[in-house]
Design a protein around this ligand. Structure first.
Ligand SMILES: NC(=O)c1ccc[n+]([C@@H]2O[C@H](COP(=O)([O-])OP(=O)(O)OC[C@H]3O[C@@H](n4cnc5c(N)ncnc54)[C@H](OP(=O)(O)O)[C@@H]3O)[C@@H](O)[C@H]2O)c1
Length: 350
């Protein structure tokens, strides 16, 4: 490769307070970068970005207001960043050499970039035999979120009745498997009959329902949880959360992982939850979490999860869209029912 490359990157052109972000909000631009070791600053590496993790929280960084998830907003003209796998091209840091494959929690959403080596989380060793997309799914943001939500906060016991919404998504597919490993009865909700079949056949769910068909959530939860709900991993919020509160058992735990049904609305239009009073009588613990508060547990998580993957106890499914230009459609696809598993953009060949 020549020392200077043309690299495309996604940047924020305008905020998107409501609705699904579009091409007025996010744009691609091209810039020239010198990637050779002698052209980059001390303590930096140049990277070829290989895979980018497309996660719902990115949408919440584009609204221009700091409500909801309270994650810093991108500035207009700022490059978008995301969890990514990259390959080192040039290095001015002794820990990294050309050809190393690395995991970067906040990499520029670009074809190539130059970053401080301190922003690299770890090297990925081919000898583990774990494929690269796994590092963005089971071993990445969604796997870690599933682990915090189910294992750390949900803490289900063998025989616990566990409910997971957005069950066929990146978090939901891993969360269901973690709850099954703990001996629970696990039910999921998702957006189509085909996805209900899939969570049962491929991800070990005991049963599930299509929330577009069974739109009376109270009736559906009565049917699938005759003995009540002990643990709920909430990925969607809104009416589903309200209905779950009518079915909780004493001392139930609700892990608030995310509320994707509410992300594209300004807060005054978001759905309220009217029956919080049920939490008092049932002494329910409901807790929101953000992964950044659990980074000190990432090592424990990664060790446990690598073990499950190698033993074949946890598997993940990836929807890989090719080319950096596919990022905008990939982000929008999280808000339709068009995906199964983890959405990843493949920017360059590994
Ligand atoms: N707290 C944290 O640190 C953290 C970290 C990672 C993820 N999360 C959260 O976890 C949740 C899942 O994330 P993910 O990465 O696994 O995404 P995902 O589930 O792979 O993708 C989103 C899925 O949500 C469902 N969905 C979209 N709009 C919906 C609506 N209005 N009502 C109900 N379902 C809807 C769709 O599936 P179906 O409609 O087909 O079911 C879609 O495929 C999100 O809320 C995300 O913000 C939180």
């Amino acid at each position: 490769m020549g020392s200077v490359v043309e690299s495309r990157e996604w940047y924020l052109a305008s905020y998107s307070p409501e609705g699904v972000p579009n091409s007025d909000n996010l744009k691609l631009r091209s810039l020239s970068l010198s990637l050779d070791s002698h052209s980059i600053p001390e303590g930096h590496v140049s990277l070829e970005i290989v895979l980018i993790s497309v996660d719902p929280y990115l949408r919440t960084r584009l609204t221009g207001t700091l409500d909801g998830l309270y994650i810093a907003q991108y500035e207009v003209n700022e490059v978008i960043t995301a969890f990514a796998v990259g390959k080192v091209i040039g290095s001015r840091e002794s820990k990294y050499s050309e050809g190393d494959v690395v995991l970067v929690p906040s990499a520029p959403l670009a074809e190539y970039c130059i970053i401080p080596s301190s922003t690299i989380a770890r090297k990925i060793h081919a000898a583990t035999g774990i494929s690269l997309p796994h590092y963005l799914s089971a071993l990445g943001v969604p796997g870690f979120a599933a682990w915090v939500g189910i294992v750390v906060l949900g803490d289900p016991k063998p025989g616990s009745n566990v409910f997971i919404s957005a069950a066929s998504g990146a978090v939901g597919t891993i969360a269901g498997q973690l709850a099954k490993i703990r001996g629970c009865r696990v039910i999921g909700s998702t957006g189509s009959d085909q996805k209900v079949k899939l969570i049962k056949e491929e991800f070990g769910y005991d049963d599930g329902f299509n929330y577009n068909k069974e739109s009376d959530f109270d009736a559906a939860l009565s049917k699938y949880f005759p003995d009540g709900i002990d643990v709920y991993l909430d990925n969607v919020g809104g009416k589903m959360l309200e209905s779950v509160l009518n079915h909780v058992n004493k001392h139930a735990r609700i892990s608030l992982c995310g509320m994707i049904s509410q992300y594209n609305k300004v807060w005054t239009e978001r759905e309220g939850v009217r029956n919080l009073l049920n939490m008092v009588g049932k002494e329910v613990r409901m807790e929101g979490f953000m992964l950044e508060s659990y980074w000190h547990r990432f090592g424990d998580f990664a060790k446990e999860m690598e073990g499950y993957i190698k033993e074949g106890k946890v598997t993940s499914k990836n929807k890989i869209n090719v080319g950096i230009e596919s990022f905008l459609d990939s982000l929008a696809s999280l808000f339709s029912s068009s995906n199964i598993g983890k959405v990843v953009v493949q920017v360059n060949e590994a």
